[in-house]
Design a protein around this ligand. Structure first.
Ligand SMILES: [Cu+2]
Length: 397
């Protein structure tokens, strides 16, 4: 309501101001001198010329300021074997963009100043200049072709999976609004699945009659062994989602009705990543903000915030609905032995389904064995309660 009032007052004020200037113009009607003409004179052109320089300075200063102030928000050391290639491609692109933008913006504004209007001066007209056009077409064409070729090379390198290679097959299943993962078990082959088989604890619709499905294990927290290539088979239950693992520089759409894939090799365990200098600093900075926020909340009589610890995350990178922002799964990279122990302790899906059928119907409602280990989504980096609150407010509006 207050906002509405402020807006109404602002609108009325601007109308009043507009009317006042009109009155002022009318009072000047009789005294139209030379300087008041609608045609720009040399003074006007000089002002515009220098303003061009002012704008150029603003672009450069803001770019440098942005780099210094927000430059450290980049993700830092990639946690996958191919990550360095992605970062390299990104860095080359940035350097090219910065160089080209610095030169072209400088030239553009310099010429706008140099050839600003002068009384009695006429612009030179010429239809074309073949040499000039050749130069400004060939240079970008060569640079872009180089960039695209390098990009294609990196892409095929990253996406290539040798079928005979020893890889760990893991299925990622997206649905509104959570992720589930399925390990292929001893045979390393995922059992067939279809949305028609979804029932009770079999939330992925795995065909339980398929021999390959007998050792499959479904989890809500993704664990990966360090130093082993993992081949992700990606499915979606409902709409387009996107498997996004920013720390591993990996992303692939989850498309209903088809299986997409992406493979990478994690090279740092969660513990190793937490111990890196840039990560320690990042976590420290986040916790400083959280501590301040927590003190404010406690002062208001609300519960405080726990300190943040770093975890890899699998996020959804397609706007897939109202709770898209919170669609995430915690990812833990373990040493290979720890990974083996963790996976061995997990129940197979077949056993979980059997156990749920043995229980009376009313109990099975909230006893989903595979959801047990991390039923709640991992706490996001920001204050999740605040995010939720703003989301409900947005819905109300
Ligand atoms: Cu999604």
């Amino acid at each position: 309501m207050t906002t509405l009032l402020v807006i109404v007052i602002l609108v009325l004020l601007s109308i009043a101001l507009w009317q006042l200037t009109k009155i002022f113009d009318l009072t000047q009607a009789g005294k139209v001198a030379q300087g008041n003409s609608q045609v720009a004179n040399d003074t006007d052109n000089n002002i515009q010329g220098y303003l061009m320089f002012g704008f150029l300075a603003f672009i450069y200063i803001f770019t440098i300021y942005g780099l210094i102030k927000w430059g450290h928000f980049v993700l830092g050391t990639p946690a996958s074997a191919h990550g360095a290639q992605v970062d390299n491609l990104m860095n080359i692109t940035w350097v090219l963009i910065f160089t080209v933008q610095t030169i072209t913006q400088g030239l553009l504004h310099w010429f706008a100043f140099k050839y600003r209007g002068k009384e009695g001066q006429k612009a030179l007209y010429f239809a074309d200049n073949d040499k000039l056009e050749f130069v400004w077409s060939v240079i970008p064409a060569v640079v872009l072709a180089g960039l695209i070729l390098y990009g294609l090379y990196a892409w095929t390198n990253i996406m290539f999976v040798d079928e005979d290679e020893d890889v760990l097959v893991v299925e990622i299943y997206g649905k509104q609004f959570s992720w589930e993962a399925r390990y292929a078990g001893e045979d390393n082959v995922l059992g067939k699945a279809n949305v028609r088989y979804i029932e009770g604890v079999n939330t992925l619709g795995v065909d339980l009659a398929d021999p390959h499905a007998q050792d499959d294990k479904v989890v809500n927290e993704l664990h990966l062994p360090k130093g082993k290539k993992v081949l992700f088979k990606i499915r979606s239950q409902d709409v387009l989602h996107s498997v996004y693992l920013p720390h591993f520089r990996a992303q692939m759409n989850a498309v209903p009705g088809m299986v997409t894939q992406f493979a990478f090799e994690p090279i740092y365990t969660t513990a190793e990543m937490r111990d890196m200098d840039h990560m320690r600093k990042k976590v420290h900075d986040i916790n400083e903000i959280r501590a301040k926020k927590s003190a404010e909340l406690i002062a208001k009589g609300q519960p405080g915030l726990d300190p943040y610890t770093f975890d890899y995350l699998l996020l959804c990178n397609k706007i897939c609905g109202a709770s898209h922002y919170n669609m995430q799964m915690k990812v833990v990279v373990d040493e290979p032995e720890d990974f083996k122990t963790w996976l061995e302790a997990k129940e197979t899906l077949v056993a979980a389904v059997k156990a749920s059928q043995e229980k009376p119907a009313d109990e099975t409602a909230d006893a989903t064995p595979m959801v047990k280990d991390s039923a709640k989504p991992a706490a996001p980096a920001a204050d999740s309660s605040a995010v939720k609150k703003s989301a409900t407010q947005a819905v109300k509006k």
